[in-house]
Ligand binder design. Structure first.
Ligand code: GLN
Length: 268
């Protein structure tokens, strides 16, 4: 009996996941039918991002621009689709993609084994480095200084990012006392500038933008972790993942991805 119930429950779960996935497709159809008047109505490719991560995604006036947006646009063009960018909390991207609310998540998102349990990733299109920002003149000079077990430094991170995950793991029991999670990287950097935390661990490119925009801060020379950025998809959406990967492969091979990255990141 119990076994039967379990089967029924699993069946119901599969059905609801399928319905949710269906919702994503329906929204595509809907927007396609909305523009039926124009012959060239295209299916929508909805990308969830968090537009506070320059130069990958950020606001320029009312528009969201950046490396991820341009690469996604190039992918959508290749697939004959219309790109729609939706700005949400970084922390909500994976769930939104999992439930089919968004077709894909692209947000300078690092591929991790833990995330792979929830979503599938495309091939990687860029690399990132977790860097440490401190105040100029800080006695913190290397990553090990903030990770030392006997240190008391408070470390600011953006909630649920890899910076948060690594520091929390590395500090173990001390994490509750020393890691301070903020909703955005900007909040973490403001906390550093006002002396609420002693260091911020964050991806290197946003780190450079923050340091350029805030006086009295610097990035440590030593790097914490290097990582791969990729696009995430719902696990049942292999069809879209495969199409995006094929487009991405072409865009990497013909130099488009490099040109886009070089436009936003000048080699130093
Ligand atoms: N690369 C980091 C991560 O994936 C941060 C991404 C972000 O803040 N947009 O967790």
């Amino acid at each position: 009996m119990k076994k039967f119930l379990a089967i029924v429950l699993v069946g119901a779960m599969i059905a609801s996941v399928a319905m949710l996935a269906g919702c994503g497709n329906n929204s595509n159809n809907k927007s396609a039918s909305d523009t039926k008047a124009t012959e060239s109505a295209k299916a929508t490719l909805t990308m969830a991002t968090n537009a506070y991560f320059a130069p990958y995604e950020y606001y320029e006036g009312e528009n969201i621009v950046g490396i991820d947006v341009e690469i996604a646009k190039a992918i959508a063009d290749k697939l004959g689709m219309e790109l729609k960018v939706v700005d949400i909390e970084f922390d909500s991207i994976i769930t939104g993609v999992q439930t089919g609310k968004y077709d894909m998540g692209m947000a300078g998102m690092t591929v991790t084994d833990e995330r792979k349990e929830s979503v599938d990733f495309s091939d990687s299109y860029a690399t990132g480095i977790q860097s440490v920002i401190v105040k100029e003149g800080s006695e913190i000079t290397k990553v090990d200084d903030i990770l030392a077990k006997d240190a008391t430094y408070k470390i600011g991170v953006q909630l649920s990012t890899t910076g948060d995950i690594y520091v929390t793991d590395d500090l173990g029991d001390a994490a509750a006392e020393r890691v301070v999670e903020y909703q955005t990287g900007n909040d973490a950097v403001s906390a550093l500038a006002s002396g609420k935390v002693d260091a911020v661990v964050i991806d290197n490119e946003p780190a450079k933008s923050y340091v350029a925009a805030t006086s009295g801060l610097k990035i440590l020379d030593t790097e914490y972790v290097s990582e791969d950025y990729a696009i995430c998809f719902a696990k049942n959406n292999t069809e879209l993942k495969d199409k995006v990967n094929a487009a991405l492969k072409d865009l990497i091979a013909d130099g488009t991805v490099k040109t886009i990255i070089d436009k936003y990141i000048t080699a130093n």
